[in-house]
Write a protein that binds this ligand. Structure first.
Ligand SMILES: [Zn+2]
Length: 82
């Protein structure tokens, strides 16, 4: 018998919101923007942006409206291209 590629052996991602383990194809990737700031109200204030890849399960993605955010992101990208 030929070995079938087994599903369910996929990499599991841990949901950043609830900690549930979800297979990669069922997780939703969302790049969160994190801001580092020295919080000095002066010219010396340093701010830097930095993106973290976060994975969420579908229910959390829905709850956090990630789908909507992704949609609006895509729309923005399209607008920029035109
Ligand atoms: Zn979750």
């Amino acid at each position: 018998m030929a070995k079938k590629k087994r599903r369910g052996k996929e990499k599991l991602m841990i949901c950043a919101a609830c900690g549930r383990r979800v297979p990669r194809d069922k997780s939703v990737r969302y790049d969160r923007r994190v801001t580092y700031s020295t919080d000095l109200n002066s010219k010396d204030d340093i701010k830097s942006f930095h993106f973290i890849e976060a994975y969420y399960c579908i229910s959390c993605a829905k709850a956090m409206r990630i789908f909507e955010k992704k949609k609006s992101k895509l729309m923005k990208q399209r607008e920029e291209k035109v």
